[in-house]
Each structure stands twice: as C-alpha cells, then as structure tokens.
Design a protein around this ligand. Structure first.
Ligand SMILES: [Zn+2]
Ligand SMILES: [Zn+2]
Length: 260
C-alpha cells in the first residue's frame, strides 16, 4: 500500500527555478534522493505521496503483473495540450518500444485539466495530472503516460511547488512527463527530444517498480540535480533489467534506442 502512494518526482530544477525552490533544493537532495527523471535530477524527489496535501496521488490499481494473455501489455500515450509536436510523441513512443515489449498506443490528445492549474507559478500540478491520467486509461491498459509541453510541478519536501521533469507513482498506473525543462542548455531541438524520450523510459520504469539506480549511464539513474545527467544515460543497466524481468515485465532483448 505504501508503494502505491509513493511518487517520484523527477525534476530538474534549474537555474530558472524560482527562488523558493532553489532554497529547498539542498534539502531535497539530502533526502533520499530520487532522481529526476532521468535526467536531471535534481530533485529527485521522492516525495512521498506526492501529495502532501492530502489528496492521494493517482493510485488507480494497476495490474500487479503483466496480463497473462498472449497479447502484449498496452501502454497508452496521451498528449496533454496541443503544443507538443507529433515528432516528440513519436520519438517517445520509439524510445519506450526500444526497451519495453509493450504495445505503445497513442490516444487522442486532451486539454490540460483546469483543476491542475497552479496560478501562482503558472504551471500544472503533476499529482493532479496523474489522477486524470489514471482515469483516462482504457480498460485494457497496463500503464498510461501523459506528455505535455507545459511546465509541471509537485510538492517536494518543504517546497510547496517544485518544477519537475516528470512524476510517477511507484507501481502505479500513470506517469507524466514535461518537455518544458528538457530544453535547458541544449544545442538544438533534437537534444531536448532525446532527453524527453529518456525521461519517458525512466518514468515508466518507476511505474513498473524501479527505484533510482546507482549505475552511471543507466536510464534509472538519479540525476542529482541537473537535466544534463540525462545526456549520459543510454540504457537500462543489467540490474534494472533483471529486476523488471523478476517482476514479470517483458523486455526487448537487444534494445536499439533512437538515441544510438
Ligand atoms: Zn526518477
Ligand atoms: Zn540501473
């Protein structure tokens, strides 16, 4: 049960992070860090229950294990808002299919839910997005990943509103990623796209039960505060793969991610 409520915020604070968040970053890093979505990390916050406020994060009840049928588990992608390019969505799909032996299906996009809007910082609360996503997952879905170009945030430690790259509930059915912070310091649009794809693999990994990984270069690495960490990540390390297989997750034998 605890796991169901444990959410991991992969964030990347950045210099652009509001002062309020910066001041807290130290504290967060000190906590047991969760990674940032693969990337950056900054804050990995593992905010326990992402919801400090009481509302529980999206904790729909995902199948504990991969469905027994021969059909591959269905992973749905849902674009939130219309600003994300179809190229980005397609890239994320390719990245996920490179590692997970799932049917990755794209749902019609939907507008960002108004109740997730956090006016003081002009961004969307990720834990509320997770609740919406969990409800939107088709009945035959195994996991759902929401993507947006808008900035997203969650509460982390003492920081009321912390900008993040992505948020996932460990062993949960839903996760959400944002391209907003992937553009920090990039050489071009492609680099940001690659980061987004890596964050997607990372966040889905969390929903499958993976925690942050100590191996440098692993996509489940804790970013330690900088989005740039993602740039060195390439694949799921043998230990992370073994853990997924132990959990009954079907993986692609010889991954050929789009960034190789
Ligand atoms: Zn993470
Ligand atoms: Zn690993």
């Amino acid at each position: 049960m605890l796991l169901a409520v444990l959410a991991v915020a992969c964030a990347s604070p950045s210099r652009s992070v509001p002062p309020e968040a910066d001041s807290v970053s130290q504290a967060r890093l000190a906590t047991a860090g969760e990674r940032d979505a693969s990337h950056s990390p900054v804050v990995k916050a593992e905010a326990k229950s992402a919801v400090q406020g009481g509302s529980a994060p999206a904790t729909s009840t995902p199948p504990a294990v991969v469905p027994a049928s021969q059909a591959k588990p269905k992973l749905y992608l849902l674009a939130l808002g219309s600003e994300l390019s179809s190229e980005d969505v397609t890239y994320v799909r390719r990245a996920l299919q490179s590692f997970y032996d799932f049917d990755v299906l794209i749902l019609p996009s939907m507008e960002l839910p108004r109740d997730a809007w956090y006016a003081p910082r002009s961004r969307y609360r990720a834990e509320i997005l997770l609740e919406h996503l969990a409800r939107r997952m088709p009945a035959d879905g195994f996991r759902i990943l929401g993507l947006t170009r808008s900035d997203i945030s969650t509460t982390k430690g003492n920081v009321r509103d912390w900008g993040i790259l992505g948020l996932a509930t460990i062993d949960g059915s839903a996760c959400v990623i944002s391209s907003f912070r992937t553009m920090k310091g990039v050489q071009g649009a492609q680099q940001a796209r690659v980061r987004l794809g890596k964050v997607a693999v990372h966040e889905i990994g969390h929903t499958l039960g993976l925690r942050h990984c100590p191996h440098l270069g692993c996509l489940m690495e804790d970013a330690q505060g900088t989005v740039a960490t993602t740039d060195r990540e390439r694949e799921l390390c043998p230990e992370c793969r073994a853990e997924l297989l132990r959990r009954g997750i079907a993986l692609i034998g010889a991954p050929s991610p789009p960034w190789d």
